[in-house]
Design a protein. Structure first.
Length: 169
């Protein structure tokens, strides 16, 4: 019978943390000694005494995709993305394309030359940009601010069809 030998090694590793919160609740409120789980950040219910966990600017930033993800996506698909999709157009044109992606207009993007493997990543990244409020301050028409959210989305949806038609003509 073979003998098995085990060596147990005890090692202590010191990890520097940027705050005094436990790993299970790593997000610190501005009020000392109050920490939250990430699930409670921007959930619509204030949990910090000063309501910092529902700060509108922070919640917008939380929705946006990480810069590294965007940079990687742009680098991977730059030969299609820049000349055909993003182009060198106006913010209104980009907004129309963002809404097109959010609305699931996959076929129109294939007509613009989108590579077959790009859709799911494009949808994920651009949908997050869209829901972060990117279009909220863009006014392509004089009465745009008076439109409700559904009317604004309809405007952008129609605008992307015009661009695809121009591209195909």
């Amino acid at each position: 019978m073979k003998k098995k030998h085990f060596l147990f090694l005890n090692a202590f590793v010191t990890v520097e943390r940027g705050n005094d919160c436990p790993e299970s609740q790593p997000w610190p409120c501005r009020t000392p000694r109050i920490c939250l789980s990430f699930d409670f950040i921007c959930d619509g219910e204030p949990d910090c005494p000063d309501e910092y966990d529902e700060d509108p600017e922070m919640c917008t930033a939380k929705l946006r995709p990480a810069q590294e993800h965007l940079a990687g996506f742009i680098h991977r698909y730059q030969n299609w993305l820049v000349p055909k999709f993003l182009g060198y157009g106006t913010p209104e044109e980009l907004a129309a394309k963002l809404v097109g992606v959010k609305s699931g207009k996959e076929m129109e993007l294939f007509l613009l030359g989108m590579p077959l493997g790009a859709w799911s990543e494009l949808y994920t990244l651009f949908h997050r940009i869209y829901i972060s409020g990117f279009l909220d301050n863009l006014e392509p028409a004089e009465n745009f601010q008076s439109l409700n959210r559904q009317q604004k989305e309809e405007f952008w949806r129609n605008h992307i069809y015009q661009q695809v038609k121009r591209f195909l003509d």
